[in-house]
Design a binder for this molecule. Structure first.
Ligand code: TRP
Ligand code: ZN
Length: 477
């Protein structure tokens, strides 16, 4: 793609900051003020931005991989045009997008060149004209460069991960800012059109449905659409060589799109054949599947050793086992459709997905969920300290949001609820929760209030106090 010279040169950050400060001093009224540079997430305060709400991301990306294993992505190049449709939630003179690394070439708002500056992960945009509260606007960013791999507070790798024959984008919790300018926080969900152009011979896989594929001039373009709302951390792109299998599922002919790195094909075949059965079992237990397609991506990232519940198409770092497939598909209901309001509510994702593993075992000749609970409870603070190190609803820091209390003790909370209300009511709660917040956001208070509403006369005080928020191992199982 050719790029024209920026119409307005980049303004030095200090000048823009001065401009923003002056506007801020004028105190509302006739003049707008800048939106905040974060949404005050308790664990990732700079993630997301205040003052607007994105409804749609239109991403046109072109990617040329580097030398794969040899250069670990150094020679690769991503070129992007991102057009966001958003609504101002206050009278704005400026707003931020999250973007880490890459070079910004220009920014326009409503088709007019905007001033912009960068500082860390913040791309501050000052539109030519203020945006009125409630005004819908479009912002377009042209950018390019070699995308970065980001190291999480917990030491794992996310963002843009080179593979032997391409790349894989993983976004939890703050990795999407490595490849798209956006509002990188789970509280702002939007629909997406992601179009990726790659050298002919490679494939590009993303979330949702493949709307078109065309080759010209030695390059192939893949157009993907996610119509249902998606959090930035669940967006993915996988570029490389894949064995693709397409089919449909059930009476509604739900499209299934599975992409497998050829080196993993043999090992993955058996487990992926179970995807229809797992989907059916999860619909039976959790309620209607919330999205308009499903599938999986099995790849071989060089640095990530974890699976991720990327929307409609979970990613696996090599052939998964059945339990992991059950876990990531369960996230489509719990995490992807019902999404946490902040990263503090991670246990609502991981507790449910882990509990799905227990239920699968219970329904498939394994231990009952109660046996699993009992086996875990038998561990003391001395022989399994990590399980009891903090309560699921209050991780000690961003470095710990994916630790065992969030997953395992989170699932134990669900088993406690099941024992309190009985099986029938429990499944009503599990399905009702997914239905009540379908395609939305929810937090722990929403959950505890919902459970109480669904089971009048039952007392959950001890469960919330000891299991959800209490320090150390609860006294009673
Ligand atoms: N959500 C993933 C899963 O359990 C795990 C994971 C990957 C994760 N990256 C993370 C959890 C970053 C917390 C933060 O399926
Ligand atoms: Zn999970």
């Amino acid at each position: 793609m050719s790029r024209s010279v920026p119409v307005v040169p980049a303004v030095p950050a200090f000048l823009l900051a001065l401009g923003l400060a002056l506007t801020a001093c004028s105190g509302g009224g006739v003049h707008g003020s800048p939106g905040s540079s974060g949404v005050h997430d308790p664990y990732f305060p700079k993630a997301g931005n205040g003052g607007y709400d994105v409804s749609h991301y239109d991403l046109k990306l072109a990617y040329t991989p580097g030398q794969g294993d040899r250069d670990r992505g150094q020679g690769s190049r991503l070129t992007g045009t991102a057009t966001l449709t958003a609504r101002a939630t206050e009278h704005l003179s400026a707003f931020d997008l999250d973007l880490k690394g890459l070079d910004v070439e220009d920014v326009t708002v409503e088709g007019r060149p905007a001033r912009w500056s960068r500082s860390g992960q913040e791309l501050a945009v000052r539109p030519h004209d203020d945006l009125d509260a409630d005004e819908t606007f479009r912002v377009t960013v042209h950018y390019s460069g070699t995308p970065e791999t980001i190291t999480d507070p917990d030491g794992s790798e996310e963002g843009w991960l080179p593979t032997a024959d391409g790349a894989l984008a993983l976004g939890e919790p703050t990795g999407s800012m490595a490849w798209l300018p956006g509002n990188d926080h789970p509280s702002d969900k939007a629909s997406y059109d992601i179009t990726i152009t790659v050298p002919k011979g490679l494939q590009a896989v993303s979330n949702g449905e493949l709307r078109g594929e065309s080759t010209s001039g030695g390059r192939t373009t893949f157009a993907w659409r996610s119509a249902e709302p998606m959090a930035t951390y669940l967006a993915t792109v996988a570029v490389g060589r894949y064995d693709i299998s397409r089919s449909t599922l059930g009476p509604g002919h739900l499209p299934v799109y599975i992409a497998v790195d050829p080196t993993q094909a043999r090992a993955a075949r058996g487990v992926l054949a179970k995807l229809p059965e797992i989907m059916e079992w999860e619909e039976y237990n959790f309620g209607p599947y919330p999205f308009s397609s499903t599938g999986a991506i099995v790849d071989r990232p060089q640095d990530a050793g974890y699976a991720l519940e990327t929307q409609t198409r979970p990613v696996f770092p090599g052939a998964p086992d059945t339990t992991t497939l059950v876990h990531e598909l369960a996230h489509q209901w719990y995490g992807d459709s019902v999404t946490p309001k902040t990263w503090q509510d991670m246990w609502l994702n991981e507790g449910f997905a882990t509990y799905a593993e227990w239920l699968w075992a219970e329904d498939h000749d394994g231990d009952t969920a109660q046996q699993t609970f009992d086996r875990l409870y038998a561990h003391g603070e001395d022989d399994y300290p990590d399980l009891w190190s903090f309560p699921p609803a209050k991780p000690t820091s961003a470095a710990h949001i994916s630790d065992d209390p969030v997953y395992v003790r989170g699932a134990m909370v669900l088993q406690k609820i099941r024992r309190t209300v009985g099986d029938d009511r429990f499944y009503d709660i599990v399905q009702g929760w997914a239905a009540a917040h379908r395609h939305g956001n929810a937090d722990t208070d929403d959950f505890t209030a919902y459970v109480e509403r669904m089971a009048p006369g039952k007392d959950f005080t001890g469960i919330w106090r000891d299991w959800l928020y209490g320090k150390g191992k609860p006294d009673r199982p």
